[in-house]
Write a protein that binds this ligand. Sequence first.
Ligand SMILES: [Ca+2]
Ligand SMILES: [Ca+2]
Length: 230
Amino acid sequence: MRQVGLFAAVGAAVMSLAMAAPVSAAELLHNGSFESLGAGAIAEGWGGYTYYTDGTHTGGNVLLPDWTVQSGSVDLTNTASVWGPAAAGDYSLDINGWDAGVITQAFTTQAGHTYTVTFNYSRNPAGAPDPATADVTAGAGVFHVSAANNPGLFGTGGAMLWQTGSFTFVGTGHDTLTLAATVPGNGGVFFDNLSVSGAVPEPATWALMIGGFGMAGAMLRRRRLVPVAA
Ligand SMILES: [Ca+2]
Ligand SMILES: [Ca+2]
C-alpha cells in the first residue's frame, strides 16, 4: 500500500510539473480549417453555407463549430466549387457572408509568453471588391489583409491561389482571435488553415521537469532498498 501511495505521489508531482510547463508548438485553435460544418448543416442553393449571429443559415439552425459569429455573416465554401480549391481540406471561409462578418474564438494562454498566428488567405473570385480587406487580430497583434484583384497572387474562380499571413502576440492568460471583414458586400477575403501555436518551453522549465523526473527516480530507488515488511 505504501509503495502504491509513493508511486501516486511521485506521479502526481511529475504530472504537476509537466502541466505547469508550456507544451511546445501546441495548437490552441479548434476548427481553424473550417472542416467542421456543424451537425445538421445542409448546403444552400448556391452550394455553400452561410452562418449568422443567431446560429442560422438557409439550410437550418446550425452554429459554426468552435467560432462565434459576432456580427454580419460568413460563408463556408466547398473546395470543388467556384470558390475553390481550399488551402487545406474541403472547406474555406469567406469572411463576407451576405454582408461583412466578424468571428471570434477564445482560448487560454500563458501570460507573458509569445504565440504565433498563421493562416492562408485569398479573395472571393466571384466579385470581391478590389482590394478585399479584413483584419486578423489577437491580443496586441494584428495583420491587415489586403487582397487585390491579382490573379497571379489569388487565382481565379475554381483555381484559387492562397498566400500566407503570420504575426505574433504576447499572451495575457485568456486571449481571443478575431477575423473581421473591413469592406461591405457579400464577397471578401477568404481564410483557411488558421493556427495559433503555443509557447516553446523555456530552459528553466525544462530543468525543473528533468529535476522532477530525477527526484522521482531517486525516491523509487531509495524505497526499493527498504526491506518489505512481512
Ligand atoms: Ca479548410
Ligand atoms: Ca459571401
